[in-house]
Design a binder for this molecule. Structure first.
Ligand code: SF4
Length: 186
């Protein structure tokens, strides 16, 4: 539901949906029309269709258990790289990287200011960086991923950078380059 949609818009749908379909099995058994009806008004209806097919696939082929491995998750309908990483990390505490718009921006600013997150080749490199800086233990990676997302949402946003109160300012290449440029201009 959160793909391309904000939490504030999703939250009521989310609770109603879970009340109506409290398990993957119940979702899988439900007619497609009922699933679409519960999704009605939320938009991007391919997500509902994919989620329904996903539930049926997991019940039929996966013994009813959603996989924790990001590669296995990616093989399911409607699950892209970010969703697979987020589910693996946040639901299962697997050691999995994830890069959404906010995380891509933060990683680029901190580690590789020349990379442009909107360019596919650069985004691939940012995924590599996300994997490279991931802590070794899954539960710590969970915290790390949450922190990166919060940093992008609250401190290092698309519109403003709060560098003076940023917890990673000492190692941020964007910040270091700006301070060096300021010093040399004096
Ligand atoms: S120091 Fe500034 S540019 Fe670097 S991550 Fe923090 S807010 Fe973003």
């Amino acid at each position: 539901m959160l793909q391309q949609t904000q939490v504030s818009r999703v939250i009521d749908y989310y609770h109603r949906f879970l009340t109506r379909f409290p398990s993957l099995a119940q979702l899988a058994e439900s007619p497609a029309g009922h699933v679409m009806e519960a999704w009605s008004g939320l938009g991007y209806y391919a997500r509902a269709r994919n989620l329904h097919v996903l539930a049926r696939t997991v019940i039929r082929d996966g013994g009813g258990v959603l996989p924790a491995d990001p590669l296995a998750l990616r093989a399911l309908p409607g699950v892209g790289a970010y969703t697979a990483g987020a589910v693996a990390s946040f639901a299962f505490e697997a050691r999995a990287g994830l890069v959404d718009t906010n995380v891509a921006r933060v990683l680029a600013r901190v580690f590789a200011p020349r990379l442009k997150p909107k360019q596919p080749r650069d985004l691939t490199q940012l995924w590599r960086i996300a994997e490279a800086v991931l802590p070794p233990r899954g539960n710590v990676a969970w915290t790390h991923n949450q922190a990166l997302m919060e940093l992008g949402a609250l401190v290092c946003t698309a519109r403003v950078r709060h560098c003076t109160r940023c917890p990673v300012r000492a190692l941020c290449r964007t910040r270091i380059a700006e301070l060096a440029a300021r010093d040399s201009a004096r």
